[in-house]
Design a protein around this ligand. Structure first.
Ligand code: PLP
Length: 406
C-alpha cells in the first residue's frame, strides 16, 4: 500500500495566506515546526540551540542553513507567532518583543539618528511620550507634537531631517482615527517613514501597511493575546524595513520568552471571534450610553457623532471594543459610578475577554497636575470602558444601575 500523496506544503501555505482573517488567525505559522505531527506548536523552552558538528555551524554561518542559533535571535515558537501576525497584517516580516513598549522603543532606537527629528500626535501612549522626553533627548533628538485631527498641520511639522511620523490609530482615549492615505502621502513626500500603532484596532479591523504605512506596531498584551495573561509587542513591515529592527532587537535584547509566545499563539486563534463580540458589544453599549441622560458625551468611531466616523468607515473594518464617555458628575461622582459597576474590573489595559473600566484622571494621567490633564483633554468625569466578551445585556444592565449611583 502506498503512503498516500505527498502534501504540498507550499500550496497549503498559499491557501492559508489568501484565506479570510479568521482562517489565518487559526492556521498561519502553525505548520512549519512539524517533526512530531502535533496539532499545536510546541513551546521550545530553550535558551540556545546545538550544532551537530562544525560543518553544520559553518553552513549556518554562511547562510546555507536557515535555523536557530541562540535564544535572543530566534526561537521556533515565537517565529510561529511572527508568521501568523505577518499573515494577519499583510506584512513580509515581523519582530516579536517582550512588550509593546519594547517594540516601540527598539523601533525608535533603530530608526532615529543622533540629532534627528520625529513628529508624534498629542494623545500618543503616555510611556512613549515619556521615552521621547526623557531618553531620546539624550541623543539630541527633537520632537514636534501635533493634534491627531490636524493632519493638515503635519506638512508644516515635517522637516528635511524628519525620519518618522508616529501615531496611534485609533488613539487613546478619544479613539481618533487617522486619515492614513493622506498622512502617508504627506509624510512620504518629505521622506519621513510612517509608523502606526494600531493596538486598539488589531489587524482584523485596520491594516496600516495596506495604506502605505512603513511600519505597523501593536501591544500584543491587549487584543492579540486577549486574556490578560501575557505581555508582548510586535513591529511589522516589509523585509527591508524590518531588517534594522531585527538587528536592534538582537542587540537590545527585549525578546519574548517561549511560554508567553505560546500563550499569544493560542490567544490569536480566537482573535476573529473575540473581535466580533468586542465590536458588537461596544457598538451596542456606545449607542445605549449616547441615549442616557446621565452621560454627557460618548466617543466611539462607530457612532455617527464621532468626529472621525467617516474616515473610520473608510479605513477600518470594525471599530474595536473601547468606548470612552463622560458622565454627568464631578470627580467624586465619577468614582462612585466606577465603584458601583459590578461586572467590569477597575484596571488599566484593554482588549481582554473581561471588561475593564477606568477613569483616565485617576489611572494613567494621575501623576499630572489637574491643569496639565485638562490641556490633554482629560476631564474628571471621563471614563474608559474596554468592553469584554460578556453578554451585552448584562453589561448594559450593570452600567444602568451604576449610573443611578452618581
Ligand atoms: C498598552 C499599550 C502600549 C504599551 O504596550 P505594553 O505591552 O503594555 O508595553 C502601547 N501602545 C498602546 C496603544 C497601548 O494600548
Amino acid at each position: 500500500m502506498s503512503d498516500g500523496p505527498r502534501r504540498d506544503d507550499k500550496a497549503v501555505g498559499e491557501r492559508i495566506r489568501s484565506a479570510g482573517g479568521s482562517t489565518r488567525a487559526v492556521h498561519s505559522g502553525e505548520r512549519d515546526h512539524q517533526d512530531t505531527d502535533a496539532v499545536t506548536t510546541p513551546i521550545y523552552q530553550t535558551a540556545t540551540f546545538w550544532f551537530e558538528n562544525s560543518a553544520k555551524l559553518r553552513a549556518f554561518q554562511e547562510g546555507r542553513d536557515k535555523r536557530d542559533e541562540y535564544g535572543r535571535y530566534g526561537n521556533p515558537t515565537w517565529r510561529a507567532v511572527e508568521r501568523k501576525l505577518c499573515d494577519l497584517d499583510g506584512a513580509e516580516e515581523a519582530v516579536l518583543f517582550a512588550s509593546g513598549m519594547c517594540a516601540a522603543t527598539t523601533l525608535f532606537f533603530a530608526l532615529l539618528p543622533k540629532g534627528g527629528h520625529l513628529v508624534i500626535t498629542s494623545d500618543c501612549y503616555r510611556r512613549t511620550r515619556q521615552f521621547i522626553r526623557e531618553y531620546l533627548v539624550k541623543l539630541d533628538i527633537e520632537t514636534t507634537v501635533i493634534e491627531p485631527a490636524e493632519t493638515g498641520k503635519l506638512a508644516n511639522a515635517l522637516r528635511d531631517d524628519t525620519s518618522i511620523f508616529f501615531t496611534e490609530s485609533p488613539t487613546n482615549p478619544y479613539l481618533r482615527v487617522i486619515d492614513l492615505p493622506k498622512v502617508v502621502e504627506i509624510a512620504h513626500a518629505r521622506g519621513a517613514k510612517v509608523v502606526i500603532d494600531s493596538t486598539f484596532a488589531t489587524p482584523l479591523f485596520h491594516r496600516p501597511l495596506e495604506y502605505g504605512a512603513d511600519y505597523a506596531i501593536h501591544s500584543a498584551t491587549k487584543y492579540l493575546g486577549g486574556h490578560n495573561d501575557l505581555l508582548a509587542g510586535v513591529v511589522l513591515g516589509s523585509a527591508e524595513a524590518i531588517k534594522p529592527i531585527r538587528e536592534a532587537a538582537g542587540v537590545l535584547g527585549g525578546v519574548i520568552d517561549a511560554h508567553s509566545a505560546y500563550l499569544l499563539l493560542r490567544g490569536l486563534k480566537t482573535l476573529a471571534l473575540r473581535m466580533e463580540k468586542h465590536n458588537s458589544n461596544a457598538l451596542q453599549i456606545a449607542r445605549w450610553l449616547e441615549g442616557n441622560t446621565a452621560v454627557r458625551r460618548v466617543w466611539y468611531p462607530g457612532l455617527e457623532s464621532h468626529p472621525d466616523h467617516v474616515i473610520a468607515c473608510r479605513v477600518m473594518q470594525g471599530y474595536g471594543g473601547v468606548v470612552t464617555f463622560e458622565v454627568e458628575a464631578d470627580f467624586d461622582g465619577t468614582c462612585r459610578f466606577i465603584d458601583a459597576c459590578q461586572i467590569p474590573y477597575i484596571a488599566p489595559s484593554l482588549g481582554s475577554v473581561e471588561s475593564l473600566i477606568e477613569m483616565p484622571a485617576l489611572m494613567s494621567f494621575w501623576d499630572l497636575k489637574p491643569e496639565q490633564r485638562l490641556e490633554l483633554g482629560i476631564t474628571d468625569s471621563l471614563v474608559r470602558l474596554s468592553c469584554g466578551v460578556e453578554d451585552a445585556e448584562d453589561l448594559i444592565a450593570d452600567l444602568e444601575q451604576a449610573l443611578e449611583s452618581i
